[in-house]
Design a protein around this ligand. Structure first.
Ligand SMILES: NC(=O)C1=CN([C@@H]2O[C@H](COP(=O)(O)OP(=O)(O)OC[C@H]3O[C@@H](n4cnc5c(N)ncnc54)[C@H](O)[C@@H]3O)[C@@H](O)[C@H]2O)C=CC1
Ligand SMILES: O=C(O)[C@H]1O[C@H](OP(=O)(O)OP(=O)(O)OC[C@H]2O[C@@H](n3ccc(=O)[nH]c3=O)[C@H](O)[C@@H]2O)[C@H](O)[C@@H](O)[C@@H]1O
Length: 441
């Protein structure tokens, strides 16, 4: 079976390479010729642990091909996965321009029967529109099946997620197409669900919205913990042990970021609004998350007073560890606020410095070395829980900083470890200062 994957972003490249690992030959197309040239030269265009080696292997084995030519990609293929971006429009709805362009190119070039699977996250009803567009543009003798096959991988653990996902969703009214995909995915040993197309599209948005809700919920509980002198780590552990709740996505912090939760929650709010159902719960989730992004600077001001002229080490820039992705990262809000306060900022990240530099230029300083960031700093703000930060010896904060004050937005250190050092430590939902509030309750 010939397989084509459209787009070389996270989802496109991971899908292509993982399908090659399963023994298939895959052609991966993009409209960005620089990305394709780089990939043909065997250099990954995304930062993902383990991916570079797999890319090199599959190029060498001649299973993986890159092209910008739609004729090569689409004319004789059997199965197409669309994985182009669906970013946010200014009003929060999903921008489907890339998707429409891709479908147009596919419809203009296919010459045989084909199954088209949408992996991109798209609003309910989009795959029906794709089907109409294809029907209008292709000769009647061609049999084109449309499938919604949403993707659930996480950046930083994407390869593992592809092979060991919790479920695979195949949304289609076409039984033959469903059977082809069931066979394709069978070796993965992951539960496969076949649903109608609209339900598959909704499963993706509902999953991301629910996970975002868990995060904002725990962040609200963390805020209350600080006021009543409880410890959010123990609380999250305690509620997570209830199997009906589950322990994942209960890490309190400075909020979720990334290329999907922020845009997908807003797109679902818009979708609900368009069918006259205001999604009040999800609107609150988004509001709480926006507040969390500002939390670290608010706490810094509370602890250190005026920030103007203060040397601040911002530790962690990526929206989560093991990625260089800074889309919607809390660090962006933190940096904007610190610059407005006229603070003297030095930003550290093991992978995302170049991406942040392309936005903030020489407004701040950058380093890939934690020691350099902390030298003579008045305070440190932790925005991403990289292993490099978690394992960094606390004694070094004492030795390097002018005043050892840490605002930890990701609860990287245990309070008992902190107690052994002369560090002022303010984290999320378990500040030692919260204890003093108990008396007031
Ligand atoms: N990033 C992630 O971890 C996940 C993303 N998703 C969803 O998957 C979709 C893709 O996301 P990413 O991979 O992050 O996107 P991305 O924005 O990083 O990459 C998209 C790629 O598609 C290319 N492209 C755009 N139009 C094209 C066309 N007409 N023909 C060929 N290539 C074209 C772009 O040049 C770009 O390289 C989105 O809908 C996203 O919501 C779903 C699960 C996980
Ligand atoms: O649709 C998508 O693109 C993907 O979005 C998320 O994956 P991702 O954004 O890569 O990363 P997550 O691990 O989900 O983290 C998202 C954000 O939530 C934050 N988070 C996560 C978990 C938690 O307990 N607390 C918390 O604040 C992280 O710091 C990060 O900023 C989902 O987990 C994937 O299933 C989905 O496929």
């Amino acid at each position: 079976m010939r397989i084509t994957v459209v787009g070389t972003g996270y989802v496109g490249l991971i899908t292509s390479i993982c399908l090659c690992e399963m023994g298939h030959a895959v052609t991966n197309i993009d409209i960005d010729d620089k990305r394709i040239a780089q990939l043909k030269n065997g250099r990954s265009v995304i930062y993902e642990p383990g991916l570079q080696q797999l890319l090199e292997n599959n190029l060498k084995e001649r299973r993986l091909f890159f092209t910008i030519d739609p004729r090569i990609a689409y004319a004789q293929t059997d199965l197409i996965f669309i994985a182009v971006g669906t970013p946010e429009n200014p009003d929060g709805t999903a921008n489907l321009e890339y998707l429409q362009e891709a479908v147009y190119a596919i419809a203009s070039h296919i010459e045989k029967d084909v199954i088209i699977c949408t992996k991109s996250t798209v609003p309910v009803g989009t795959n029906e529109k794709i089907a109409e567009m294809i029907k209008d543009m292709t000769p009647t003798h061609l049999n084109v099946s449309i499938v919604s096959n949403p993707e659930f991988l996480r950046e930083g653990s994407a390869i593992n997620d592809f092979f060991l996902g919790d479920r695979i969703v195949i949304g289609t009214e076409d039984e033959k197409a469903a059977a082809v995909l069931q066979e394709l995915y069978a070796p993965l040993n992951t539960e496969i669900m076949v649903t109608d197309t609209r339900s598959a599209e909704m499963i993706k948005y509902a999953s991301n919205a629910f996970l975002a809700t868990k995060i904002s919920f725990i962040n609200e509980i963390a805020a209350i913990c600080e006021k009543v002198g409880a410890d959010i780590s123990q609380v999250a552990d305690g509620i997570g042990k209830d199997k009906r709740i589950g322990s994942s996505f209960l890490k309190a912090g400075i909020g979720y970021g990334g290329s999907c939760f922020p845009k997908d929650t807003k797109a679902l709010v818009q979708l609900a609004g368009h069918v006259d159902h205001p999604f009040e719960l999800l609107e609150a989730v988004i509001g709480v998350n926006n507040r969390q992004h500002t939390l670290a600077v608010a706490k810094a001001k509370e602890a250190a007073g005026e920030l103007a002229g203060k040397r601040i080490a911002l530790l962690g820039l990526a929206f989560k560890p093991n990625t260089d992705d800074i889309r919607e990262a809390p660090s962006l809000t933190i940096l904007k606020m610190l610059i407005e306060e006229n603070a003297d900022v030095i930003a550290y990240d093991p992978a995302a410095v170049l991406n942040i530099q392309s936005i903030f230029g020489n407004e701040i300083q950058y380093t890939e070395n934690i020691n350099e960031a902390l030298k003579d700093a008045d305070l440190a703000i932790i925005a991403t829980e990289w292993d490099q930060i978690i394992q960094f010896p606390l004694v070094q904060y004492e030795e390097l900083m002018k005043t050892p004050l840490i605002i930890d937005g990701r609860n990287c250190y245990s309070l008992s470890d902190i107690e052994r050092h002369s560090i002022t430590y303010i984290s999320v939902g378990r500040s030692p200062y919260a204890q003093s509030a108990i008396a007031k309750v």
